[in-house]
Design a protein around this ligand. Structure first.
Ligand code: ADP
Length: 188
């Protein structure tokens, strides 16, 4: 089983590339953002707890996120590989993921960061706002999400770099070219 963390700031293209990777490699897609949105839409207990954070562009507390992720992974014993999208977003989440994967006899095999500048990310989310229907795509919330990324999430990179598991892909340009670069890493 091969597991991949796709990493990058909000608007880096994780969702777009995830779809293509799933189609090609058959990963089970675990997007914590999608999971939170589904809980909120279904008005579950978890949804009620996290709504305040997600709608304001703030990270959900680690333990809540980690518990939800572990539950989701456990639902797919048949999976031949997981693609984690939007997780881990903090160093404690990365540590929890390592420990959890080890506990189920697995590991994170690839961490690929989509390199996109802050300027590009802001421009993309500005555009997405017109069609996304996401309350957190409002300008002020976007600023908060980007701040959270540079404040908390970016520190996950040195965590994986120290373990020799980090690869970087230039994330600006044609979707197909970026996808081909991702595939090169996974097929190597
Ligand atoms: P983006 O498009 O900004 O990358 P996502 O769809 O991945 O956003 O996530 C939306 C929101 O869900 C985040 O702003 C945050 O509130 C919450 N969230 C998603 N993943 C995590 C996580 N790993 N840890 C904490 N909060 C998270």
């Amino acid at each position: 089983m091969k597991n991949l963390v796709l990493f990058g700031p909000p608007g880096a293209g994780k969702g777009t590339q995830s779809e293509k990777l799933i189609e090609k490699y058959g990963f089970v897609h675990i997007s914590t953002g999608d999971l939170f949105r589904a809980h909120i839409a279904n008005n579950t207990e978890l949804g009620k707890r996290v709504k305040e954070y997600t709608s304001n562009g703030m990270l959900v507390p680690d333990q809540v996120t980690i518990d939800m992720l572990q539950e989701e992974v456990s639902k797919h014993p048949e999976a031949s590989g997981f693609l984690f999208d939007g997780f881990p977003r903090t160093v404690p989440q990365a540590e929890a993921l390592d420990a959890f994967m080890q506990s189920i006899g697995s590991a994170i095999h690839y961490v690929i960061a989509l390199d996109v500048t802050e300027e590009e990310v802001r421009a993309r989310i500005d555009k997405r706002r017109l069609t996304s229907n996401r309350v957190d795509d409002e300008a002020e919330k976007v600023n908060k999400r980007i701040d959270e990324y540079y404040d908390k999430t970016i520190h996950v990179l040195p965590h994986y770099e120290a373990q020799g598991r980090l690869a970087r892909v230039h994330g600006i340009g044609e979707v197909a070219v970026i996808f081909a670069d991702l595939c090169k890493i996974l097929d190597a």
